[in-house]
Design a protein around this ligand. Structure first.
Ligand SMILES: [Zn+2]
Length: 312
C-alpha cells in the first residue's frame, strides 16, 4: 500500500480509466487514402488497399485481446472502449462469440471514427470537409449504437488528432465527451468543459523533466519493448502519489491488437508473447489497485458521480 503524506486523514479519490482503442491491427495513414490501412496488409495489391474493409485486419485483436478481455470480465473492471465502426462491424460478423463478450454493463461503449480516418489529412494529404466529417462520424456512431443497442457518449479521434470542426460536430451529434487531447501533467487531472454540453477528458503526458521522464499514458512503449513493466508501474504510482486533488483521474491507454502485434518489427507475436503482454496488463492493474485511493471508472461514470461539474 502506498501512503500519501500530503493527505491528512481524509481519503482522496483518484479515478483510473482503462481505455482501449479498438482498432484494426496497427492502423496507419497512407498517402492518398481516407481510410486507414492495417500495417500487416501494407504490401497488398492496390485493389485491396483501396477497399476499406479488405485493407482492415482484425486478427491481432482476436488472438491478442481474448485473455485480457476474460480478465476484465472476471474482475468486472470498468473499461471504456473506443470502437472503430468498421472494425467492430467485422468482429460482430466474423467472430460473434468474441463480439458478445464485449457487451457488458461495466464496459462503456465509445467511438473511434469509422475507418480510423486521419481527420486533418495531416499524413494522408486528404483532409475531410466539414460535411463529410459530420456524415462520417454520424454514420460511425449510428453503426456502433446499433451493434451494441446502446447510446454512445464518448469520442476519441484516430491518431489523437481533431480537425478544426470535430468538436462542433461532436456537439451537434450529442456526444457528451471527447478524449483526444494530450495534457502535460505529473499528477491526476480534471476534465475541461469545451462548451455547454461537451467535455474534454485529456490524456496525460508527463513532463520530460519529471521523475517519470516524458511518458504518454499509452502502453505503446511497453508492448513495443521500449519501457519495462516495472518502470511503467512506478510511473503510474508516481502520478498517484503526486496527486492531492479529489476526484481527479488518470487514464491507462492501449490498443486492442497490441498484445499480438509488434509495430516496429511488423510481426505477429507468439502465444507465449501474447501471454506475457497480457500478464503485464494484469500486473499493472493489480498494482494500481493496491493504492487505496484508486477507483477504476470510466469518463461517463465520472460524469455521473460528479454531476455538478461544469454547471454553474
Ligand atoms: Zn486508433
Amino acid at each position: 500500500m502506498f501512503t500519501t503524506s500530503s493527505v491528512c486523514g481524509d481519503r482522496k479519490l483518484i479515478y483510473v480509466f482503462l481505455c482501449v482503442d479498438f482498432d484494426r491491427d496497427a492502423a496507419f495513414p497512407k498517402i492518398g487514402y481516407k481510410h486507414a490501412i492495417s500495417k500487416p496488409k501494407q504490401s497488398e495489391t492496390q485493389d485491396i488497399l483501396a477497399d476499406p474493409e479488405r485493407s482492415a485486419e482484425v486478427q491481432g485483436t482476436i488472438d491478442g485481446f481474448e485473455q485480457s478481455l476474460s480478465f476484465l470480465i472476471d474482475r468486472k473492471l470498468p473499461t471504456v472502449f473506443y470502437f472503430e465502426a468498421r472494425t467492430i462491424d467485422i468482429v460482430a460478423k466474423q467472430y460473434p462469440d468474441f463480439f458478445k463478450k464485449l457487451n457488458q454493463t461495466f464496459f462503456e461503449i465509445g467511438l473511434h471514427s469509422y475507418d480510423h480516418e486521419d481527420l486533418l489529412g495531416e499524413e494522408t494529404g486528404v483532409p475531410l470537409e466539414n460535411e463529410e466529417e459530420y456524415n462520417l462520424i454520424k454514420k460511425a456512431k449510428d453503426k456502433v449504437q446499433q451493434l451494441f443497442s446502446t447510446e454512445v457518449h464518448g469520442f476519441r479521434a484516430p491518431y489523437m488528432r481533431l480537425s478544426a470542426n470535430t468538436q462542433s460536430i461532436l456537439t451537434d451529434l450529442d456526444f457528451t465527451y471527447d478524449s483526444s487531447i494530450y495534457e502535460e501533467s505529473n499528477k491526476a487531472i480534471m476534465p475541461h468543459p469545451i462548451n455547454q454540453t461537451l467535455i474534454e477528458f485529456p490524456v496525460i503526458k508527463t513532463p520530460k523533466e519529471s521523475l517519470m521522464g516524458g511518458m504518454y499514458t499509452y502502453l505503446w512503449p511497453l508492448f513495443e519493448g521500449k519501457r519495462g513493466i516495472k518502470e511503467i508501474i512506478r510511473n503510474y504510482n508516481q502520478l498517484i502519489q503526486n496527486t492531492v486533488e479529489e476526484n481527479t483521474y488518470i487514464s491507462i491507454n492501449l490498443h486492442s491488437w497490441h498484445f499480438a502485434y509488434n509495430v516496429e518489427h511488423n510481426v505477429y507475436l507468439s502465444e507465449k508473447e501474447i501471454r506475457k503482454n497480457t500478464e503485464f496488463l494484469i500486473k499493472l492493474i493489480s498494482k494500481i489497485e493496491e493504492n487505496e485511493e484508486v477507483q477504476f471508472s470510466t469518463p461517463k461514470m465520472w460524469l455521473e458521480e460528479n454531476s455538478s461539474f461544469g454547471k454553474k
